[in-house]
Design a binder for this molecule. Sequence first.
Ligand code: GDP
Length: 432
Amino acid sequence: LPVLAIVGRPNVGKSALVNRILGRREAVVEDTPGVTRDRVTYKAEWNERRFSLVDTGGWEPDAKGIDASVAAQAEVAVDLADAVLFVVDANVGATSTDEHVVRMLRQTKKPVILVANKVDDVRQEAEAAALWGLGLGEPWPVSALHGRGVADLLDHVLSVLPEVSAVAKEEVGGPRRVAIIGRPNVGKSSLLNKAAGEERVVVNDLAGTTRDPVDEQVEIAGRVWRFVDTAGIRRRVNLAQGADFYASLRTSAALEKAEVAVVVLDVTEPISVQDLRIIELVLESGRALVLAFNKWDLLDDERRGLLEREIEQDLAHVSWAPRVNISAKTGRHLEKLVPALETALDSWDTRIPTGKFNALLAELTAEHPHPLRGGKQPRILFGTQASSRPPTFVLFTTGFLDPQYRRFITRRLREIFGFEGTPITVNMRVRE
Ligand code: GDP
């Protein structure tokens, strides 16, 4: 999906605009200073076109940190979005923070749309018009709170937003896209450097920024891979606070562009909540998953025992993900990464023919019928794989299937087809 990012100072109404675009309230919590959120990417739709909306405003810094935070937001947006909405409070006008960001936004070749928010009635439109002076083209006057002007704005957004994300479009049949993600200091940049080694073939700027290249194409063992958002891996941002949010923003945006994620874990430290949250982001994004246990050279026997137990306890829900035990420092087992990526992507791409799937469903239900409920038995009439990347199945049934029974089907599907490295989903449509 094409990605639209929303950037702006605190309190200009970014969250209100996100809510307005999504057409619901629950998605975004209220702007509370200092609040950080995990979720930054939303699926949005307008006039039957779908796009991802990245809300960069989840971290509202104190007064001192505003410039750095807005600059960091803008940086992610410019790197990873296909178009940027830059939101200004029309009643306040452009501040020095705005002007600072504008200089960055003016350098990108991507579409930047200037939104003049809080234009609640026609009398305020003159103030909005004054924002012409920023040099970002025509300001779009809206009231995110009341909805005024938002439909026109979205029509305009769709006219400049590419149909498919620029990267995805050009990649059909091209190099597969990999996101290397993980907590700070687990060894992401070391891994990238070592994997790329001398073989870094193309350093390109296809994503269209005039600053650092965002992605890197790397040839490993005769095959070219595209590592997405390597700029984000290499760049060290010095933010007094909000660094977590910044990292989470990068992770979500990189996942949006990737097909498969390598989650890097540091074996010298216990698997943490943050690691699990990152894995959760991968599952939510529906990308293929490979787990890389790094710093294996530092692993002693005691820690090794602990690690095995942690994996059993904390990573049982992703036991289908290929694991590689590596050392980015010594290069140990790095050659195992590529086959793991290939396996995960093959699973992610898998399509099970409908005939085969239904034959299998018939077998499963014969072997293990759904328990009777109130004298009746919900039956599966027909099933089909609705999509791949990741494999998503739909079962048409005569009644709701127990969650337990759905888990049984999912588990058997995995046992039979493997699906190593990809999440799978089994949905249900009840025909009354
Ligand atoms: P990033 O923040 O995830 O990109 O992590 P870095 O790649 O910057 O690595 C953080 C630190 O861990 C650096 O000091 C690296 O030299 C070190 N490091 C990374 N991978 C390994 C490894 O496999 N073994 C050892 N011993 N150190 C590592």
